[in-house]
Design a protein around this ligand. Structure first.
Ligand code: NDP
Length: 260
């Protein structure tokens, strides 16, 4: 039987790349996002099972739970992102609320809804006869541990999501359920286009001159590696940055060359 996984935010970027790689590895992928057309295209192309849902909407989360049925091997909480780059003084509180809703409450809602199905999978022995297990993974960010100017709203949401995952690991201790956090730095996706509300020039400017920013497929490799490690190995927190980035606020916009 193929292993089953829910990937939220499967319609673009990291979630799409992760869905593609998991499908290529033989997983049954249930992809969640709001854009039905993009999920439908992936359904045709990679056999993803689409659930058009907003992770901040209880009815949407119920639809995901119904699609999963009684058993699920892994949950990848990836839906989320940033809105705006406003100072604390000039913050748009609606943007801050939306970031908290999608990154934090979306993660909480999906975990609460799917834990029974994850536990059902964890109760079953694996095909090799070894004890079963399940996985809960979240794509947080280096913005979840390091603040930067203009980042406060997103920082607050990602710090909170990071805290949620740390607490979850404590609360699930004693169960065969891994709790994994993948915290990327700069990844060239639609992330900045969404952050700057469709301003393509501003979004592209984030990556201009950066020597090899990460792409979504790089993060997908890390996520799938974490999920496919032997069941007793828990990669608690994985920070992944392009070499050109030393911190959220220190990105080298020039070719990387050895000194001397
Ligand atoms: P994208 O904008 O390409 O993807 C975001 C995905 O999240 C989309 O599939 C979007 O689908 C989905 N999504 C957003 N809000 C909701 C919602 N309320 N309900 C359901 N789906 C939702 O950006 P990335 O792939 O880069 O972002 C993925 C994750 O990685 C995010 O959590 C982001 O914070 C994190 N991250 C990204 C970094 C980067 O530099 N790119 C760095 C660090 C972390 P749809 O619009 O169809 O609903």
């Amino acid at each position: 039987m193929p292993r089953s996984v829910v990937v939220t935010g499967a319609s673009s970027g990291i979630g799409e790349a992760t869905s593609r790689l998991l499908a290529a590895h033989g997983w049954e992928v249930i992809g969640v996002a709001r854009r039905a057309d993009r999920l439908a295209a992936l359904a045709d192309e990679i056999g993803l099972r689409p659930v058009v849902a907003d992770v901040t909407d209880p009815a949407g989360v119920d639809a995901v739970r119904a699609a999963v049925g009684g058993r699920l091997d892994a949950l990848v909480n990836n839906a989320g992102g940033a809105l705006g780059l406003d100072s604390v003084e000039n913050a748009d509180v609606d943007d801050w609320r939306a970031m908290y809703e999608s990154n934090v409450l979306g993660t909480q809602r999906m975990i609460a809804a799917l834990l029974p199905a994850l536990r059902a999978a964890a109760r079953e022995p694996g095909e090799d006869g070894r004890p079963g297990h399940a996985d809960i993974l979240a794509v947080t960010s280096i913005a979840g541990t390091i603040g930067y100017e203009g980042g406060a709203g997103y920082n607050a949401a990602k710090f909170a999501q990071h805290a949620l995952m740390r607490v979850l690991r404590l609360e699930l201790a004693g169960e065969p359920i891994r709790v994994v956090e993948v915290a990327p730095g700069m990844v060239k996706t639609d992330f900045s286009l969404v952050r700057f509300k469709g301003d393509r020039r501003r979004a592209d400017g984030v990556y201009d001159g950066v020597d090899n920013p990460l792409v979504a497929a790089d993060i997908a490799e890390v996520i799938v590696h974490a999920l496919e490690l032997p069941a007793h190995v828990n990669l608690d927190e994985i920070i992944v940055k392009p070499v050109a980035q030393a911190a959220p606020y220190k990105v080298i916009k020039a070719p990387l060359v050895p000194k001397g």
